[in-house]
Ligand binder design. Structure first.
Ligand SMILES: [Zn+2]
Ligand SMILES: [Zn+2]
Length: 274
């Protein structure tokens, strides 16, 4: 593979202690540098519309956006001192986040953390066709949403909390997700997701925490000309830059740098919204 085509180590999905991660922005940037990450993004949760949480929950806190914006310049500066291109963004839910202008942030990940229109389902009813049909429609809507740059974890960290029985392990939940994907995430849905993402200049995330989407879906996306983002979804410093799964997968599928979403850091805005 030529140097031109080499896919850089990028990690465009990390959480700091501004939301539910452990590290500070400075620690994440330092860790990214130590891991050889060339482009990193700090994408704390910002979703004031999340119906699952109390108004005081850290994920919903409307002051979050102001905190993120106020850190942006210093994070950019620190990144350029360390030789890491660092983006400051947010991870929002399935609906456009209020007070979030298109130019305010370097990166917006849109993730379907809950269904926009809840489907009545009981715990244990994991393979409820109506539920997963609604999920797929929500993903398609985010795939066309102008506020979003990257579609987060479309086949992992699925919004299955209302369907789960208590006491499942991380690995059990991943196995359930694989089964849900095998039953409901058909080729025509993936095709439509990739087409929308391609036509709107977005990217689909290769989500390293859950190793999704599966390789055959990624291959389909590459064939259709969709681009992919790479994210660890690190909530702790030891996961920052843990993206080997995605790099290995892209290489095995013959992908090049052009297939990967590598955003620029925008010039500093003239004004930061009050
Ligand atoms: Zn998420
Ligand atoms: Zn996340």
């Amino acid at each position: 593979m030529s140097a031109q085509a080499r896919i850089p180590r990028i990690d465009l999905h990390t959480h700091s202690q501004v939301s539910d991660g452990h590290g500070t922005h400075d620690e994440i940037v330092q860790r990214a540098r130590e891991r050889g990450v060339e482009v990193a993004a700090i994408t704390d949760h910002y979703d004031p519309l999340d119906p699952r949480l109390g108004a005081a929950d850290v994920v919903r806190d409307p002051a979050r956006l102001q905190t993120v914006l106020s850190l942006r310049d210093s994070v950019h500066r620190l990144g350029s001192e360390c030789g890491v291109r660092v983006l400051v963004g947010v991870e929002r839910g399935p609906l456009p986040a209020p007070r979030l202008g298109a130019a305010d942030l370097d990166l917006v990940i849109g993730s379907v953390h809950y269904l926009v229109r809840p489907i009545a389902a009981r715990p244990g009813d994991l393979y409820n066709p109506e539920f997963w049909q609604a999920y797929k429609e929500d993903v398609l809507r985010v795939a066309a949403d102008p506020q979003v740059h990257v579609l987060g974890h479309i086949a992992g960290y699925l919004p299955m909390d209302p369907l789960l029985l208590p006491g499942s392990t991380f690995e059990e939940r991943r196995a359930i997700e694989r089964e849900i994907a095998a039953r409901f995430f058909d080729r025509s849905w993936y095709e439509e997701v990739f087409r929308r993402v391609r036509d709107t200049g977005k990217a689909v995330e290769l989500h390293c925490a859950t190793r999704t989407p599966p390789p055959d879906a990624v291959k389909l996306g590459l064939d259709l000309g969709a681009r992919f983002s790479i994210g660890s979804d690190a909530h702790s410093l030891d996961r920052v830059g843990a993206v080997d799964w995605a790099l290995d997968l892209l290489e095995s599928l013959g992908a090049t740098r052009d297939d990967v979403y590598i955003p620029q850091v925008r010039p500093h805005p003239d004004h930061v919204p009050a």
